[in-house]
Design a protein around this ligand. Structure first.
Ligand SMILES: NC(=O)c1ccc[n+]([C@@H]2O[C@H](COP(=O)([O-])OP(=O)(O)OC[C@H]3O[C@@H](n4cnc5c(N)ncnc54)[C@H](O)[C@@H]3O)[C@@H](O)[C@H]2O)c1
Length: 379
């Protein structure tokens, strides 16, 4: 009697658990992953699809399964249609990837706290509930692991001991044994009350606040002025944007959290903070399309006074989504490679990177490519 032929093991699948899973960035990442995996669009903007990152064991896009928490209930296919109407997603894409969006939508659980401080659950109960949702996702979907990525609305800088939602979710990620990425300026794992947990975490984590537009440019131009021995006298910036992010950043406390990261890049690259401020204006009519204007006053030889002005016009979610996918894949791979703790090698992606990351984009890219080599050599 011949033995039953054994079936080949199915390829492992990995979870991407998005906090703020029905937002613009999350919806663009989910729709974009499905579109690129199906060959409908090239992976433009995805650094992990370029040559230095090939064959270093990153999970393929087709192996990613999406889920997450959100506090709103607009279904993902509907959210994607709104984004297509605003020109963020190509027309026809929401229909083409409807099945993937609907499946991801079924994996989204209600987030919290419910309304302000009215949620009857204690902080520990909330962390437990969020962690249980993530663990159930991994178990029910038969996943080899999952990464938690925060792409929820920016919070004001917290005061007092109460953990803000982003920190509750970050604690839940650690409790569920998942790597964690904070793509927002919110506290997340940076809250002082989580310092001990972060220091002993058995998972890798990275943050914070994705570097997608104005700050990306600053991290290139800052070193240029420094290396050419040109004296920057003042660096001022203004951002105009709408969408959910624009509305959240209309709150001066939330904008302060964002602006701190933008200004830090200048201090880190120039060695000292120049004069000037950054402002963010909510202009709902602009939707997801951001205009960022920088005015840089600098001195040349013999005190000659000069000015550089830059205008960046970008589609915020289209800039952010490929980085979210890159970070999810890199953290999932770092986890399977047994790496733990903060990953300054991923500073390339952040306005406010983990300590140890360089500040100039070129230096950060070199560290990222070294990291890819390290992952390639790992089990
Ligand atoms: N280029 C970029 O787009 C970019 C760059 C860097 C950082 N970010 C950050 O990414 C985040 C998302 O941006 P967006 O444009 O998608 O914003 P968005 O407003 O479209 O989406 C945010 C989502 O978070 C959800 N949310 C709010 N509070 C929550 C909670 N307590 N629990 C779970 N979900 C919650 C909202 O319901 C919403 O669906 C923002 O913090 C933004 O600052 C974006």
């Amino acid at each position: 009697m011949s033995a039953e032929p054994s079936l080949p093991n199915p390829a492992p699948r990995f979870g991407v658990w998005l906090i703020g899973a029905r937002g613009s960035v999350a919806t663009t990442a989910i729709a974009g992953s499905a579109a690129v995996a199906a060959g409908l669009h090239p992976p433009t903007g995805m650094v992990t699809e370029t040559t230095p990152f090939l064959s270093c064991g990153l999970p393929p896009l087709s192996s990613l399964v999406f889920g997450g928490h959100d506090t709103v209930d607009c279904p993902l296919p509907k959210r994607a249609e709104h984004l297509a109407e605003g020109g963020v997603l190509p027309h026809g894409l929401p229909a083409a990837v409807h099945a993937e969006l609907a499946e991801a939508d079924r994996q989204i659980k209600p987030g919290g706290p419910l309304t302000g401080h009215d949620d009857p659950r204690s902080q520990d109960e909330l962390i437990d509930a969020f962690a249980a949702d993530i663990v159930a996702f991994v178990r029910d979907q038969d996943l080899a692991g999952a990464v938690v990525v925060n792409v929820a609305s920016t919070e004001p800088v917290p005061t007092g001991d109460t953990l803000p939602p982003s920190s509750l979710y970050a604690a839940a990620a650690l409790r569920a044994g998942c790597p964690y990425v904070n793509f927002t300026p919110s506290s997340g794992l940076h809250h002082p009350a989580l310092a001990a947990d972060a220091a002993t975490a058995s998972v890798p984590y990275a943050g914070r606040d994705g570097k997608t537009g104005q700050t990306l440019l600053r991290s290139v131009l800052g070193p240029m002025f420094l290396h050419r021995a040109l004296a920057v006298r003042a660096w001022s910036g203004t951002n105009l944007l709408g969408g959910g992010d624009g509305a959240a950043l209309a709150d001066p406390a939330a904008a302060a959290a964002k602006n701190a990261g933008k200004e830090r890049v200048l201090t880190d690259t120039l060695g000292a903070a120049p004069q000037g401020e950054v402002h963010i204006d909510d202009v709902p009519a602009l939707g997801d399309w951001k205009t960022a204007w920088d005015h840089i006053a600098f001195d040349g030889f013999l005190g000659a006074r000069m000015v550089l002005q830059t205008t960046w016009q970008g589609c915020d979610s289209a800039l952010a989504a490929p980085l979210v996918l890159d970070l999810a894949r890199l953290l999932l791979r770092a986890h399977t490679a047994g790496l733990t703790g903060p990953r300054p090698e991923l500073g390339f992606y952040f306005k406010d990177p983990d300590p140890g990351a360089g500040a100039a984009l070129g230096e950060q890219y070199a560290a990222l490519v070294d990291f890819a080599d390290r992952l390639r050599g790992a089990r």
